[in-house]
Write a protein that binds this ligand. Structure first.
Ligand code: AMP
Length: 122
């Protein structure tokens, strides 16, 4: 599947849609989720055109990969959730209900997050 240049995060990266930015460098942009699920809910995205983790893991350079992971740690620390604890999550594809087809890492924190994952039928 070809990368969709009109997805909402591509538009944020081009400055066509505003975001509440929390971090930016050469390879990474991070901003607050528009519909936060936890007191801290930040999305960390690569600036390159990658649809999901699957695509990123396959095609991104080592520099881009390192930049994204280092930035994620730093952003969580600077958001003040490293001491209390946080969770990162990346949805890929239909079963995970990925909504936006540009790779993003969620950072959740600011409250007790419970166990790993909610129980669903099956
Ligand atoms: P996912 O289901 O992993 O694809 O999550 C997509 C996330 O993007 C959801 O948590 C949405 O609330 C969030 N989102 C969608 N549009 C925007 C936007 N314009 N600015 C910030 N977050 C957004």
């Amino acid at each position: 599947m070809a990368y969709d240049r009109n997805n909402v995060f591509a538009r944020i990266l081009r400055g066509e849609i505003p975001c509440r930015k929390v971090f930016e460098d050469e390879h990474v942009l991070a901003f607050n989720d528009i519909n936060p699920q936890t007191p801290t809910h930040i999305l960390v995205i690569p600036k390159g055109e990658y649809e999901s983790l699957d695509d990123f893991a396959e095609r991104a350079s080592e520099t881009e990969m390192a930049a994204l992971l280092r930035a994620t740690g730093r952003i969580a620390r600077e958001a003040g959730v490293a001491a209390s604890g946080y969770r990162i999550l990346a949805n890929h594809g239909a079963n995970a209900h990925q909504e936006v087809p540009h790779f993003h890492i969620h950072i959740f924190g600011g409250r007790n997050l419970g166990r790993m994952i909610g129980k669903t039928a099956g």
